[in-house]
Design a protein around this ligand. Structure first.
Ligand code: IVH
Length: 677
């Protein structure tokens, strides 16, 4: 079928109109037409595209409405690592930033150095790849080196260009920026969720993060998300302008949204003024920010400055101070964790601080309560900075008739007796397998990322599965199927979701012995100990039957953990569970203990401190473990080597005091290269 120029013009006009109304609705929260009118335009375009598929371009607004759910997230390695920013919280820290610039830009008159000042958007950092002007892939920051492919969700974001607005697009372009949920959209979204009795998000940042980490793009498509670009990290087949400010304007011309508050100016006086202006206007902005970002404007100078400890030297985040508020402590509840540990949680009169309304604040343990000297009825100070968990910082005034906070004698969930440790800091419910709270927490641990990694099976669903009697313990997960889940009539659960959950559970059947041991949630057995057990015994049966003596012989396992391990495997209920896992078909690759025992660093204990700019600490830890080393968090006489990265602090000092060998990052890299890991 041939396409008339009129029809093409009509399609273009529809694109233009839909884009405009999307922007008004999702970004500005100022729609000009009704939802019905919008739908009519949308359907008009859809109909034309159905008749003339050649008119359906990748950037058509019809391409943003979701599509098929994905099975699991793919890992993406960032060609250029995604860095973080150094922080400044005061004028003097800002001066430190300027002083360091001065040291490195010797020939530059520092008072004449031009900055580009931007907002520090409080969302999620995202990287987008465009090939020949077409959106190809988008990923989360992850740990900076690798992130997750979330293209399916990003595609649904209304203001994210699917095709660049230029006739001569670069062959390759990588744009970075922030995905966020504008406040107005967030308020509307939460209000609707409340009406429907669904879960509310605590703040726009969590809402944005929760939306882009969905397997089903239809969910993201319904969320009012927006993308704001702030940098270009790769370009091929085209040239970037000379300054950050011009890069942003260029991105705008390509169709990206950039913030309205971007300014250039010279010297710290300009920076302080920008900061003060923005701080004043902060409540009126369309989205949450947690400070401003100051960048050296000239890209050539940025190159000269380079980076240190995974932070660019040419930029700093000048953060707003943590926000304080006062409220009244109304009561304290005790929550039961995976190992039965009780955590006191303060229930305070709801108070708005740092962008969220806070009513629950963890108090960690009884020691913290004693340290603060708080009693129920006191007026307390609450502090919250950015995405940091809120804290009670001090008692502001003693209430008129206060009640002391006492540890309960029985578990609030299962009524079993509470047992305290000798120091009176940690208290535990003794209910173990008979305590519903412990069971639920353990299930959550079992499926968590570092354990069995059943993606998409969050606590919300586990809670429902337990409540509806679908499962009683982790092994029961393997007897589930989509029909059973659907038959339980769980609110919000659909066919697709049930299938995704089953796929995720099935995938966990192929695991590693280390993950499986860790997933069991044995007291005192963290990731490191699980690895040590797996490598030493190589086989689950051997671990199960190991005596105290055999366990203590394992590097990294002391008497206390050994006792817990033995006790765990002696419990008949745990034995039954283990059999159920085996029956369900859980498998892991065989471990060659001969080889594992002869790894070059077996028996050594290493400590990583400071920032390792090339590898990152998590990767360095994994590689050292691969070579058989135990990687510990604190330095002692027994430590074999301390690897000190940039800005290493007290651990380096400890090592020097104790005469422990200290290496720099390059020495570690050389060792890893030598052993090909
Ligand atoms: S530039 C080298 N510009 O802040 C990192 N980042 O703490 C370059 N952020 O992960 C980032 N607004 O998510 C830059 N205008 C802005 C920003 C910004 C928010 C976030 C970003 C990054 C984090 C670093």
């Amino acid at each position: 079928m041939s396409v008339s120029p009129e029809l093409m013009a009509q399609v273009m006009a529809l694109h233009e109109q839909l884009r405009y109304h999307n922007h008004r609705y999702y970004v500005l929260d100022a729609p000009e037409i009704s939802d019905a009118q919008y739908d009519e335009l949308f359907q008009q375009l859809k109909k034309i595209e159905q008749h003339y598929p050649e008119l359906q371009t990748p950037d058509s607004p019809t391409q943003r409405v979701g599509g098929e759910a994905i099975g699991a997230f793919q890992t993406i390695t960032h060609t250029i690592p995604m860095l973080s920013l150094g922080n400044a919280f005061s004028t003097s820290e800002l001066k430190d930033f300027e002083r360091k610039l001065k040291e490195r830009l010797e020939s530059v008159d520092i008072d004449e150095l031009e900055y580009c000042a931007e907002l520090k958007l409080d969302g999620l950092a995202i990287s987008l790849i465009y090939e020949n002007g077409v959106f190809k892939q988008g990923a989360t920051r992850g740990d900076g080196a690798t992130g997750e492919d979330i293209s399916h969700n990003l595609r649904t974001i209304r203001n994210l260009p699917l095709q660049l607005n230029t006739l001569k697009p670069p062959l390759l372009l990588e744009v970075r920026g922030e995905v966020l949920m504008p406040r107005a959209g967030f308020d509307k979204f939460n209000a609707e969720a409340q009406q429907k009795g669904e879960r509310l998000f605590a703040n726009p940042r969590n809402a944005a993060a929760g939306s882009v980490r969905q397997l089903d793009p239809n969910i993201a498509a319904k969320r009012p998300l927006a993308f704001y670009a702030y940098s270009v990290t790769q370009i091929e087949g085209s040239q970037l302008p000379a300054t950050q400010y011009e890069v942003l304007q260029w991105l705008k011309s390509l169709g990206f949204t950039i913030s309205d508050d971007i300014k250039t100016g010279k010297g710290l006086a300009f920076v302080e003024k920008f900061y003060a202006d923005i701080q004043q206007r902060r409540p009126l902005l369309a989205y949450d920010i947690d400070g401003v970002v100051i960048k050296v404007n000239d890209l050539a100078k940025q190159q000269v400055l380079g980076m240190v400890s995974r932070e660019p030297r040419w930029a700093v985040a000048y953060k707003f101070p943590a926000q304080l508020a006062s409220t009244v402590l109304e009561s304290v509840d005790f929550q039961v964790g995976r190992t039965g540990a009780l955590t006191p949680v303060a229930r305070v009169k709801p108070v708005f601080v740092g962008g969220v309304t806070i009513s629950n604040i963890t108090l960690h343990n009884m020691d913290e309560i004693r340290r603060l000297g708080i009693e129920i009825g006191d007026t307390v100070e609450v502090c919250r900075a950015g995405d940091v968990i809120p804290k009670i910082t001090q008692v502001l005034a003693r209430g008129e008739s206060t009640v002391a906070i006492e540890l309960p004698l029985c578990c609030p969930v299962c009524q079993s007796p509470i047992i305290q440790d000798e120091k009176g800091v940690i208290a535990r419910c003794s209910g173990d397998v008979y305590c519903d709270a412990q069971v639920q927490r353990r299930l959550a641990h079992f499926v968590s990322r570092k354990a069995m990694n059943a993606d998409g099976l969050g606590e919300r669903w586990l809670e429902q599965f337990l409540e509806k009697g679908l499962i009683k313990q982790s092994a029961d997960l393997y007897a589930l199927n989509a029909e059973k889940i659907l038959a339980a009539n769980i609110e919000g659960m659909g066919e697709k979701l049930a299938e995704n959950i089953i796929t995720a559970i099935t995938k966990t059947k192929q695991t590693t012995l280390q993950r499986f041991i860790y997933a069991l949630g044995i007291r005192g057995v963290g990731e490191g100990t699980s690895l040590a057990l797996a490598q030493y015994f190589g086989d689950l049966d051997k671990i199960k039957d190991a005596s105290m003596e055999a366990l203590i012989a394992v590097p990294d396992i002391g008497e206390v953990s050994a006792k817990w391990i033995v006790a765990y495997f002696q419990e008949p209920l745990h034995q039954q569970q283990l059999q159920a896992f085996v029956d369900a078909g859980l498998t892991w690759p065989k471990i060659d203990i001969e080889q594992a025992q002869h790894q070059p660093l077996v028996g050594q204990s290493w400590v990583l401190t400071g920032t390792l700019s090339t590898l990152g600490r998590d990767a360095a830890k994994a590689k050292l473990q691969q070579l058989g080393a135990k990687v510990s968090g604190s330095v002692s006489k027994k430590t074999s080597v301390v690897v000190a990265g940039a800005e290493a602090g007290s651990k380096l000092a400890d090592a020097q005091k104790l005469g422990v060998t200290v290496w720099d990052e390059q020495q570690l890299l050389d060792l890893l290269a030598e052993h090909r890991v």
